[in-house]
Design a protein around this ligand. Structure first.
Ligand code: BGC
Length: 741
C-alpha cells in the first residue's frame, strides 16, 4: 500500500515536472509570437543581422554606425565582444531600442577562454570523452562569466587532408570518433541547459563538408557523392543536433556546385526538415555576400534571397540581409513568413537564455573575476594536455627520463609561449599565463640546472646557431628537442602545400643526433606533419601539438613519467604530401597494393613510395605494453534484431601503470556497395596496473553493421563481417568473423 502511494506520488511529480517543462516551452513560444507581433519588418530584419565588434577574421564592412544601428533595432547579434564591461555596455545600447530586444554576443571559444586548452585535434587524441566534455564545460564557465552567450564551436568537420589548416579545429578523420566528440563538446558548452549562467550556446560548424575542400585549400569547392556526404561528413552534425546544439553555422564552400550558404538541400531539407533542428543557422563570415564571387548570384540582393530561402537565418558580416531583405519582401520575391521563421528561431534562443528577463544576466563582474582566476581550471587543463600527447616512438625505453641526468632543451619552441596557445586562442596575444616547456622542465629539474639553446628559428634558413646548440648538447646526458609549427601555421586560411617541419628544423635534429647524445623530439603542431628522417632516426618522439596554458608542465609530467602517455592519433600521418588525402577507412580497389613491401606493377600504389602512412590512425604508444588475448564471440551469427557480445582480455605486461585505447574495427566483406577496408565501430580506454588484466566487452548490433546503400537507405546487409580488435588501425591483435543473417 505504502509502496503504491509512493509510486503515485512519483508519477504525479514526473507529470508535474514534464507538464511545467511543456508549459514553460509553450510560454516561450507564445512570448516569441507576442514579440514578433510588435515588430516592424525592419526590426525583424535587424534580428537577422550580425556584425563584428573589434578584431576580425574577414573583411569588416567599414560603413555605418553600429551604435546607432543597435539603437534603431537593426542588429540582432555582435561577435567578438567579450568581458563583463564591454558586453554590458553594448547591451545597454540595445536597451535603448524601441523594443529592447537583447543582443546575442558570439565568440570563437574554440579551445578554452582564459584558460587555454589544447587545440581540439589534440584533445581528440585523448579519446577521452569525459575529459573533452569537461574542457568545453570550463571554456563555457569562463566565457559565460565574461558576458559571452554563444560560442562558434564545436567544429565537427571530418578532415582527411592535413594540408587544410583547419584540421586543428576538429576531431580528425573518423566519423565514429567525430560523432562522440561532437556530442561531448556540445554537452560541455551547453552544460545543464541554456538559461544557466554557466552555459553558452554551441554552434556546430561548418555545415557542410567544408573539411573536404579540394587540394586542402581553405574555402575551396567540395565535390562529393551523396553517399560519402551522408556516411562520412554529415553524421557528426546529426550527433550535434541530437545532443541539443542550439545553433549551426554554414560554410564557405560550395557543395557539388551549390554554395552551402545558399543550399536548401543542406539547410532546409536535411537540417531543419529531416533532422527537425529547431535552433537557428548563422552564415559563416560574409558567406552570404561571397556567393557573388562564387558566381551563384549576381549581387547582394540575389544573395540575400538565395540565403534566406535556403535556410540561413542570420547574416554574419555581409550586410546582404540588412540592406535587401525588406525590399525583397516588398518586391514580392520572398514571403515575410520566411523572415518570421528566422526571427522566431533567434528570439526563441534569446528567451531560452533568459535575456528577456535580464539582458545583463551574463555580465557579472564577480562571477567573471572568480571564473577567470580559478586554479582548478588550470589543473584540469594540465591533465587534458597530458592526455592529448601521443608517444610516437620510444626506442630502448629512453622515456621516461630518470632524474639526476643533465638535460639540454634545444629548439625554436622551447621557450615559446605564443605557440603553446595555438590558433583560435581567445587569450592570445596575452601569453602571460602560459607555462613554456623551458619553465615546465626547469621546475622539474631545478632552477639553473636546465641547459638551453635555441638552435634556429621556426622558419629559419640559417644554420648560424647550430654550433652553439651542438655545444650545449655535448654538455648534456640527454637532449630534448622542441620543434614544430608557429601558432599561425595551422588554422583558418593556413593551408600548406608543404607539411614538413618548417625551415631547417629537421637539419638541426640531424645535427644534434650526430652528436651521439640520446635525443627526445617534441613536435608541436596544429596538424599532422611530415618528418621521415626524424621518425626513422630519433630514438624518441612525442607529438605535443599545441597544448595550451599548462603546456610546459604537462610535457614535463610526461617526460618524467609522472603521467604515462596514452594518446592515439585521430588522423593518419602521411609519409609525403603526395599521399594526401590519406585515411585508414579507404575502399579497396580491384588491384590493391600491399601496404608496405616493394612496388608491384599495375597495382594501386605509388612507383616511388609505399602506400602506407608513416603513422596510422589510432596509433600511440605507452611506457608500458599491453597484451590482447582470449577473444570470444557470444555467437558467430546474429539476426538483424540480435546482438553479439565480443569479449577479450587486456593485460598490462609492462612495468608502469598505464591506459590503453582498445579499438574495435569491422569490415563488411561483400555488400551492394564497396565498403571500407575497416571502420572504427567502438573503443574503450582503460587503466591497468602492471600485471593487471581486465575483460573488455563490446556489443555488435545492427547499427554498427549499417551503411548507406546506393539509394541512400540506411541498411545492414546479410553476409560475413570481419572483426578486428587492436591498438591502432594498423596494429590488429585479435581477429574473427561473424555472419549477419
Ligand atoms: C570562420 C568561422 C568563425 C567566424 C567568426 C570565419 O572566418 O570560418 O569558423 O566562427 O569566422 O570568427
Amino acid at each position: 500500500m505504502l509502496k503504491s502511494k509512493h509510486l503515485m506520488l512519483l508519477l504525479l511529480c514526473t507529470f508535474l515536472v514534464s507538464f511545467s517543462a511543456e508549459a514553460q516551452k509553450k510560454t516561450i513560444e507564445q512570448r516569441v509570437d507576442s514579440v514578433l507581433k510588435l515588430m516592424t519588418l525592419d526590426e525583424k530584419v535587424g534580428q537577422l543581422n550580425q556584425y563584428t565588434s573589434a578584431w576580425a577574421t574577414g573583411p569588416v564592412s567599414p560603413e555605418g554606425n553600429k551604435i546607432q544601428e543597435i539603437k534603431e533595432g537593426r542588429l540582432g547579434s555582435l561577435l567578438n565582444v567579450k568581458g563583463f564591461d564591454k558586453t554590458r555596455a553594448m547591451q545597454e545600447v540595445a536597451m535603448q531600442s524601441r523594443l529592447k530586444i537583447p543582443l546575442l554576443f558570439g565568440l570563437d571559444v574554440i579551445h578554452g577562454y582564459k584558460t587555454t586548452f589544447p587545440i581540439p585535434l589534440a584533445e581528440a587524441a585523448s579519446w577521452d570523452l569525459g575529459a573533452i566534455e569537461q574542457g568545453a564545460r570550463i571554456a563555457a564557465v569562463e566565457a559565460a562569466a565574461s558576458g559571452v552567450h554563444w560560442t562558434f564551436a564545436p567544429m565537427v568537420d571530418i578532415a582527411r587532408d592535413p594540408r587544410w589548416g583547419r584540421v586543428m579545429e576538429g576531431a580528425g578523420e573518423d566519423t565514429y570518433l567525430g560523432c562522440l566528440i561532437a556530442k561531448a563538446r556540445v554537452k560541455g558548452f551547453q552544460g545543464k541547459g541554456l538559461g544557466n549562467t554557466d552555459a553558452v550556446m554551441a554552434c556546430a560548424k561548418h555545415f557542410a563538408a567544408y573539411g573536404a575542400a579540394i587540394g586542402g585549400r581553405d574555402y575551396n569547392s567540395v565535390d562529393m557523392s551523396d553517399r560519402t556526404l551522408w556516411e562520412v561528413y554529415l553524421p557528426p552534425f546529426k550527433a550535434a543536433v541530437d545532443a541539443g546544439a542550439a545553433t549551426f553555422m554554414n560554410s564557405f564552400n560550395d557543395l557539388n556546385g551549390v554554395p552551402a550558404t545558399g543550399n536548401a538541400y543542406l539547410q532546409r531539407d536535411i537540417l531543419k526538415g529531416k533532422w527537425g533542428f529547431k535552433g537557428f543557422v548563422v552564415s559563416d563570415w560574409g558567406s552570404i555576400g561571397e556567393m557573388i564571387q562564387h558566381g551563384f548570384v549576381k549581387d547582394n540582393y540575389e544573395a540575400a534571397q538565395a540565403a534566406i530561402k535556403a535556410g540561413s537565418d542570420m547574416d554574419m558580416e555581409s550586410r546582404s540581409y540588412i540592406k535587401n531583405l525588406a525590399q525583397l519582401v516588398k518586391d514580392g520575391k520572398i514571403s515575410e513568413a520566411l523572415i518570421d521563421d528566422a526571427v522566431k528561431r533567434i528570439l526563441q534562443k534569446k528567451f531560452e537564455l533568459g535575456l528577456f528577463e535580464d539582458p545583463y544576466k551574463f555580465s557579472n563582474p564577480d562571477r567573471e573575476k572568480q571564473a577567470l582566476n580559478n586554479p582548478e581550471h588550470r589543473a584540469i587543463e594540465r591533465d587534458m594536455a597530458r592526455k592529448s600527447i601521443v608517444l610516437l616512438k620510444n626506442e630502448n625505453n629512453i622515456l621516461p627520463l630518470s632524474s639526476g641526468k643533465k638535460i639540454a632543451l634545444i629548439g625554436p619552441l622551447a621557450k615559446s609561449k605564443d605557440d603553446m596557445l595555438g590558433f583560435w586562442s581567445v587569450a592570445w596575444p596575452d601569453n602571460s599565463d602560459v607555462i613554456s616547456q623551458f619553465e615546465g622542465l626547469e621546475k622539474r629539474v631545478g632552477k639553473g640546472k636546465l641547459l638551453y639553446a635555441k638552435g634556429c628559428g621556426i622558419s629559419d634558413s640559417s644554420k648560424a646557431d647550430f654550433a652553439e646548440a651542438i655545444a650545449v648538447a655535448l654538455k648534456a646526458d640527454i637532449v630534448i628537442l622542441s620543434m614544430g609549427e608557429k601558432r599561425d601555421m595551422s588554422g583558418e586560411a593556413k593551408s600548406r602545400s608543404n607539411i614538413h617541419i618548417p625551415g631547417i628544423q629537421e637539419e638541426l635534429i640531424k645535427a644534434i643526433c650526430e652528436t651521439g647524445k640520446p635525443v627526445v623530439v617534441l613536435i608541436n603542431a596544429g596538424r599532422p606533419l611530415v618528418f621521415n628522417w626524424t621518425a626513422d632516426h630519433a630514438p624518441a618522439i612525442l607529438y605535443t601539438w599545441w597544448l595550451g596554458s599548462e603546456a610546459g608542465n604537462a610535457i614535463a609530467d610526461v617526460l618524467f613519467g609522472d603521467y604515462n602517455p596514452a594518446g592515439k592519433l585521430p588522423m593518419t600521418f602521411p609519409r609525403s604530401e603526395g599521399q594526401v588525402p590519406i585515411y585508414y577507412n579507404y575502399m579497396n580497389t580491384g588491384r590493391p597494393a600491399a601496404d608496405n613491401g616493394t612496388f608491384a606493377n599495375y597495382r594501386s600504389g605509388y612507383i616511388d613510395m609505399v602506400k602506407s602512412p608513416k603513422f596510422p590512425f589510432g596509433y600511440g604508444l605507452s611506457y608500458t605494453s599491453f597484451k590482447y588475448s582470449d577473444l570470444k564471440l557470444s555467437s558467430s551469427q546474429m539476426d538483424s534484431n540480435g546482438t553479439i557480445d565480443v569479449s577479450f582480455t587486456l593485460t598490462n605486461t609492462g612495468k608502469y601503470a598505464g591506459e590503453e585505447v582498445a579499438q574495435l574495427y569491422l569490415r563488411d566483406q561483400v555488400a551492394s556497395v564497396v565498403r571500407p577496408v575497416k571502420e572504427l565501430k567502438d573503443f574503450q580506454k582503460l587503466m591497468l596496473k602492471p600485471g593487471e588484466s581486465k575483460i573488455i566487452h563490446f556489443t555488435i548490433d545492427k547499427q554498427k553493421l549499417s551503411f548507406y546503400n546506393n539509394k541512400l537507405e540506411w541498411v545492414a546487409e546479410p553476409g560475413t563481417f570481419d572483426l578486428m580488435i587492436g591498438s591502432s588501425s594498423a596494429d590488429i591483435r585479435l581477429k574473427d568473423k561473424f555472419e549477419l543473417q
